[in-house]
Design a protein around this ligand. Structure first.
Ligand SMILES: *Cc1c(COP(=O)(O)O)cnc(C)c1O
Length: 467
């Protein structure tokens, strides 16, 4: 096949030669369409290998992985235990379907997740990414109310928080509320009942910090009073709204939401795609407030940051509403080709084993404290408006004017400037607008943490100098 519709069919250099660094960079710019990236301004960064919390590019330059390869790496890269588990699985089979069939490794992972999760979350639906895990929960909640013993077919809506982020598929974008990402697709989205995010730094004037949770819960209650008849589920990110800029919720808010959703017969979907799998210092964020949601969505860190895998855990109450004969047509109408993929499941099982074998959660304590010390120091910089932390998740918000909390104009890219300085010092970060994100692998050492925060501090000093 030559020319015509398929002009590239003659170009076989990708297969026959070892491309130079320059060629790789050109192909990267031309052919790889990167997520959330302005390709006209994209500067290639080609990470070739990694060890522990260090990434190494094609030129041999090393960088500390300050955001866990986008919030998913847990035990570091090339962890021998996880590598071995994947190899063992690979010798058996890489993929078999979970549509009407199963695989021992996938079954064992489901069992392990059920053991770790709150008591009633006994049923695990696997998918391939966090967005899908949320879509699954949304659709299950909807179908549940149509099929349960006393059906509530009018419950067709969702309640979600302002500035929420639940992924990039259309359902998860509908419940999302990050204006900058989501406004474009507005005409395609379904209606969602929205409540304000429980803001602390930019919270309401005159409400003391210890009353904030109650203040925001009262707003939710007002909405539930009015709309509970049409709301199937409340979907939210427990403790930290990550993509919104690491907004840490006031203590007691999650617990309050659980009580309200119970009272108004609304299901609670806990999207722990970012905060789950140890990131907050407990295996699941919901544990901090002793909350058992109706759905628990896991992704990102589930495989230790190795392979794409997500899970939606559901309660037995929900699961029962889907049981019947095939003739009754009550099964869940949803599935992903690679859901429950055995290689990914093997990585996830090994990652969960490493939590036990290396006492990962207990070992996080001094790291969380060290991060807090650094943040307390950085908080004193003139253009640092707020520092926020939950476990090994941190956000540093830069502002133009700390007195008025006036943000820097978006186009000035102050956050990106900070990260550019840090990168020159061998620390890889990715900001959220004016918020510097620090979310290292849980395996980070104290010395590595010190290096990351030193680079962040230099970056902030440089990027806010002229202001
Ligand atoms: C990243 C994220 C998602 C989406 O996960 P993908 O794997 O990128 O689809 C969903 N919810 C939250 C809270 C996230 O942080």
């Amino acid at each position: 096949m030559v020319g015509g519709l398929w002009p590239n069919a003659r170009v076989t250099d990708s297969q026959t030669t070892t491309p130079s660094r320059q060629e790789l960079e050109r192909w990267d710019r031309e052919h790889v369409w990167h997520a959330f990236t302005q390709m006209a301004e994209y500067e290639p960064l080609l990470i070739e290998r990694a060890h522990g919390c260090t990434l190494v590019d094609v030129d041999g330059r090393a960088y500390l992985d300050g955001v866990s390869s986008l919030w998913c790496n847990i035990h570091g890269h090339c962890h021998p235990r996880i590598d071995a588990a994947i190899r063992e699985q690979l010798a058996l089979v890489a993929h078999t379907t979970s549509l009407g069939a199963s695989n021992p490794t996938t079954v064992r992972l489901a069992r392990r997740l059920v053991e770790l999760a709150p008591a009633s979350l006994n049923h695990v639906f696997f998918s391939g990414d966090g967005s899908s895990s949320v879509e699954v929960a949304l659709k299950m909640a909807f179908q549940y109310y149509r099929q349960r013993k006393d059906p509530r077919p009018d419950k067709t809506k969702y309640l979600a928080l302002a500035d929420a982020y639940h992924g990039d598929t259309l359902g998860s974008v509908s419940v999302g509320g990050v204006e900058r990402f989501h406004a474009m697709f507005e005409p395609l989205l379904f209606d969602v009942v929205r409540v304000p995010a429980p803001l602390v730094y930019r919270g309401p004037a005159g409400v003391p910090p210890d009353r904030l949770a109650d203040h925001y819960l009262a707003l939710v209650e007002r909405v539930l009073e009015q709309h509970h008849d049409e709301i199937a589920a409340l979907v939210m990110e427990p403790l930290v709204q990550a993509a919104a800029g690491m907004l840490v919720h006031p203590r007691g808010y999650l617990r309050g939401l659980r009580e309200l959703t119970r009272r108004y017969d609304v299901l609670l979907i806990a999207d722990e795609v970012a905060v789950g799998c140890g990131r907050t210092g407990r295996m699941f964020a919901c544990e901090h407030e002793d909350v058992a949601p109706d759905f628990l969505c896991l992704g990102k860190g589930l495989t230790g940051g190795y392979l794409p895998l997500a899970a939606t855990l559901a309660t037995t109450e929900v699961w029962r509403a889907f049981l019947g004969t095939y003739a009754e047509n009550r099964q869940f109408f949803h599935g992903h080709t690679y859901g429950g993929n055995p290689l990914a499941a093997a990585a996830a099982l090994a990652s969960l084993a490493v939590f036990d074998e290396e006492h990962v959660l207990a070992n996080m304590r001094p790291k969380i404290d060290r991060l807090a010390e650094h943040l307390a120091r950085i908080a004193d910089y003139p253009h640092v408006g707020d520092v926020r932390q939950c476990g090994l998740i941190a956000g540093i918000e830069l502002v133009q004017d700390p007195a008025t909390k006036e943000p820097y104009p978006w186009h000035q890219q102050r956050g990106a400037q900070v990260c550019r300085v840090a990168r020159d010092e061998g620390v890889l970060l990715r900001p959220l607008g004016n918020v510097i994100v620090i979310m290292p692998p849980l395996a980070i050492t104290l010395a590595e943490l010190d290096r990351i925060l030193a680079a962040v501090e230099h970056g902030i000093a440089e990027a806010t100098r002229d202001a």
